[in-house]
Design a protein around this ligand. Sequence first.
Ligand code: AMP
Ligand code: ZN
Length: 137
Amino acid sequence: MNDCIFCKIVAGDLPAEKVYEDEKVLAFMDIRPTNEGHVLVIPKAHSTNVLDIEESDWIEVAKATRRIAKATKSATQACGLNLVMNVESCAGQVVMHPHAHIIPRYENDGLDIWHGKEYESETIMKELANKIRNKFA
Ligand code: AMP
Ligand code: ZN
């Protein structure tokens, strides 16, 4: 936790271009933006990601993200946004402190997002749905 760069930003030990702050949440500009105006929203309390964050912090991050998303879209005059959370290294999470990416989208900005693919069979989808449902049983 002491090595966590986002905790250091919360503590004021590392600089950040802050855009929003409340008791539980901090938002600041991403230093290596996917598009100009890219904002990160984090809980002030350390955890790894959405899988282990306290539910009350998750709710505060979600509420703040919606407000900051509106402000970011309006301020940047973006035509839309991508709201993204990378969860675990294999999914692209580099900083192990929860963070929501707010990425403004502009017409013809050249960014591509992942594409859907076909299931090899409907059975596979149904089996996976069953496995997920069983986690709630
Ligand atoms: P992720 O790959 O989802 O873990 O995203 C981490 C993000 O944090 C990247 O988009 C980085 O550009 C951004 N980032 C890393 N260090 C800093 C920093 N000191 N201040 C602002 N953004 C940062
Ligand atoms: Zn942290």
